[in-house]
Write a protein that binds this ligand. Structure first.
Ligand code: PLP
Length: 421
């Protein structure tokens, strides 16, 4: 890993993003425009460090067999590596036990698992679920489907003009005693960091279980489910330097134990007769079929990489880049920035608008400068409705970004404005 904090001047917060770029082979690949790649789309999916790519290659090359079934050395080796990755995920989010970590494909599947399994076993007609207008569709549509199916009601917490959750509205929605509160830690569309401890406390006081969508926070800041006191937490590996196709659901053990299976078939049973089946214990009860073995091992390597940097340092680095980018964009006339001003309430994600220029055009011009940003509704159409806009341009930062990237962003904004003037 290209990091020597003591020897290197602190140029971008806690460590040098410039130096870390050496760890990511994607930055060696020339862009179509021939310019250096400025990757500002981590919120969609993050590039992979060499250590993750090598861990995946090594697992396929030397340690690959199916897990949990073979009575032979190679299978036991693969199983040990797969289960080792589960332990790493548990440690990374402060889970009391790796038995509480269910491997899934992504955060979307984690939330669906709760909606199908816990939701259909526990929600009845007349019950309520609360989510927010700030959510990614992954934390809206499963609750719409569930509440429609059982005849329950879905309430949405409003957002303020500067993109924060309206906590008074949260209190109002919780006064109806919902059974579940499902909320994002960080908004992918606005970058807002929600005050989780307060939200979890309010949810529990109202008698609700609290599910946290950590897809945009687990990659970027320390998470500790034990001290947060939440009940479920969902994350995606591909957003935290890991492979695609692997994610995790954490749930409190007693909840997972009581929940019926989601998918059924092999691995999730201990006995099958012609009359029926007996479920395996958690987490295997929720892992039907052959899991994403190598992807899980790759996620473990991504966690090693992030832990070596230190999640406090990752957050400090992104906070620093956010402040510089927020200021840079704020100084350019015709730029409208969305989300909170306060760097303590804003992750390394900036959604912005340029007067009179569609975000898709902006992203196309940026691409010609070698800059990758996301343009669109970011799978958060209710956020776009709230501000009466069709789309935004979104720049999102990670460990490999630096001040040169922020400067390139500012220059590209000005160049785009000149092109469309
Ligand atoms: N939740 C949030 C806040 C997200 O930003 C995303 C993806 O962008 C998701 C959930 C869904 O993640 P995935 O597509 O990996 O399931």
């Amino acid at each position: 890993m290209a990091i020597e904090p003591a020897a290197r001047p602190v140029t971008e917060g806690a460590f040098s993003g410039t130096a870390l770029r050496d760890d990511f082979p994607i930055f060696d690949t020339p862009t179509g425009s021939g310019m250096r790649l400025v990757y500002l789309d981590a919120a969609a999916s993050a590039p992979k460090p060499r250590s993750v790519i090598e861990a995946v290659s090594d697992a396929y090359s030397h340690h690959y067999a199916n897990v949990h079934r073979g009575i032979y050395e190679l299978s036991e080796d693969a199983t040990a590596r797969f289960e080792g990755a589960r332990r790493k995920v548990a440690r990374f989010i402060g889970a009391p036990s790796e038995r509480e970590i269910v491997f899934v494909r992504n955060a979307t599947e984690a939330i669906n698992l709760v909606a199908y399994s816990w939701g259909r076993a526990n929600l009845r007609a007349g019950d309520r679920v609360v989510t927010t207008q700030l959510e990614h569709h992954a934390n809206i549509v499963p609750w719409q489907q569930l509440t429609r199916e059982v005849g329950a009601t879905l309430d949405y917490v409003a957002i303020t003009d500067d993109g924060r959750l309206d906590l008074d509205d949260l209190r109002t929605k919780l006064a109806a005693h919902p059974k579940l509160l499902a909320v994002a830690h960080v908004s992918n569309a606005l970058g807002t960091i929600n005050p989780l401890s307060e939200i979890v406390e309010l949810g529990h006081e109202a008698g609700a279980l609290v599910l946290i969508d950590a897809a945009q926070s687990a990659p970027h800041m320390p998470i500790d489910v034990a001290s947060l006191g939440c009940d479920f937490l969902a994350l995606s590996g591909h957003k935290m330097l890991g492979p695609s196709g692997i994610g995790a659901l954490w749930g409190r053990r007693e909840l997972l134990d009581a929940m019926p299976p989601f998918l059924t078939g092999g691995s999730m049973i201990i006995r099958v007769t012609l009359e029926g089946a007996e479920w395996n214990e958690v987490p295997y009860k929720f892992e039907a079929g052959t899991p994403a073995i190598v992807e899980a091992i790759g996620l473990g390597a991504a966690i090693d990489y992030l832990e070596e940097l230190g999640m406090e340092n990752v957050r400090a680095h992104e906070r620093y880049l956010f402040e510089r980018a927020w200021q840079t964009l704020g100084e350019i006339p015709g730029v409208r920035r969305l989300g909170p001003d306060d760097p303590d309430l804003h992750a390394g994600v900036i959604s912005f608008l340029l007067d009179g220029i569609h975000p898709h055009d902006i992203a196309t011009v940026f691409d010609s400068h070698g800059i990758a940003v996301r343009a669109g509704h970011h799978c958060a159409q209710p956020v776009m409705l709230r501000y009466d806009i069709p789309a935004t341009t979104r720049a999102s930062f990670y460990v490999y970004n630096d001040l040169d990237d922020i400067e390139a962003l500012g220059k590209a904004v000005v160049a785009t404005q000149m092109l469309f003037a």
